[in-house]
Design a protein around this ligand. Structure first.
Ligand code: GLU
Length: 313
């Protein structure tokens, strides 16, 4: 495994969404996050990404905090006790006023606009754009649908809907050097079009919350799974619009997958940390297994939270 130069003394984050219990995929990420932080004098922020009000539940938050405590993993910033004590800006739902301010400021600068498109409006416009741009080629499965800008110039009244999109124009593609995958060139306008910042129900989106939080919380190294690689260009572009001068560094690590390529997920019945605990696994056994599954040079033997830095020597 070749890692490019990791900056010393970085600030990173572990940011689960309380939409389920922790499973081994989360722990792979945790091993990378805490292991690198301990090896390079970094600090870990614990952040709960509960922006999706329809899917998040208080019992999942409890369970995530309990499992992290059991594993011996705590935030250096916003430790577990912070969440147990009540409201905190490190819990995204408690931070909505800040997102609203950031969005209002972009709107004042003409960089955000109301959008009344439904999912089917977006899909229809995208299918039309595709057949114009790729005549004769059927819509490819797995290609991300792009928002084609339908509402950008429609002058929709601000009180017609809470939904807002961000103007994702840039003169050049976004270029960044992933610390594991190397140089990446991404063009958000071609990949996703104008980004949804707040949806029709008034919920702020993952992309918006995470970019505001990484800016406000001084995150300068993002360590996460490779499924989020495609989101990085748009988050960098959005961070520039929000006034961030220097984007964070990014490291996208391997994900644990089923033999057929599917990601692990709790909703698909994959084994959670809860179950491993109930079967009598020790914290070190869970961390050791995750280190091996996550592509680190490790044979799967138990490894304590306090020893994770050894994986990055
Ligand atoms: N909340 C996201 C997740 O649970 C992590 C997002 C990120 O690291 O940017 O997958």
């Amino acid at each position: 495994m070749i890692l490019r130069e990791i900056p010393r003394g970085f600030t990173t984050r572990f940011a689960p969404a309380p939409t389920g219990h922790l499973h081994l995929g989360h722990i792979v990420n945790a091993v990378w996050v805490w292991g690198l932080a301990r090896a390079y004098d970094g600090r870990v922020i614990l952040r709960l990404e509960d922006h999706d009000r329809g899917r998040c539940r208080p019992e999942y938050e409890q369970s995530i905090l309990d499992d992290l405590e059991w594993l011996g993993l705590d935030g250096d910033i916003a430790p577990i006790a912070t969440f147990r004590a009540g409201s905190t800006p490190f819990r995204q739902h408690d931070n909505a006023a800040r997102y609203a301010r950031a969005l209002a400021e972009l709107e004042t600068r003409g960089l955000a606009y109301p959008c009344t498109c439904s999912r089917s409006d977006i899909d229809r416009a995208w299918a039309e754009a595709w057949s114009r741009e790729q005549p004769g080629i059927p819509l490819l499965e797995g290609v991300e649908p792009r928002y084609t800008g339908t509402c950008r110039h429609r002058g929709i009244a601000p009180d017609a809907t809470p939904a807002r999109r961000i103007v994702m124009d840039a003169d050049d593609p976004v270029v960044f050097d992933d610390l594991r995958d190397g140089r990446q060139v991404q063009d958000p306008q071609l990949q996703c079009g104008d980004l949804l910042a707040r949806d029709r129900l008034g919920n702020f989106t993952y992309q918006f919350c995470v970019t505001v939080d990484d800016l406000d919380q001084g995150v300068d190294l993002v360590i996460r799974g490779e499924d989020l690689l495609d989101s990085t260009g748009r988050q960098i572009l959005l961070s520039r619009l929000l006034g961030r001068e220097r984007a964070p560094e990014f490291l996208h690590h391997r994900l644990v997958r089923h033999p057929d390529g599917r990601k692990l997920s709790k909703s698909a019945g994959d084994t959670g940390v809860r179950e491993l605990r109930a079967f009598g696994a020790t914290p070190a056994a869970v961390l050791g297994r995750a280190a091996q599954l996550g592509g680190l040079p490790h044979d799967g033997a138990p490894i304590a939270a306090t020893e994770l830095h050894r994986l990055f020597r």
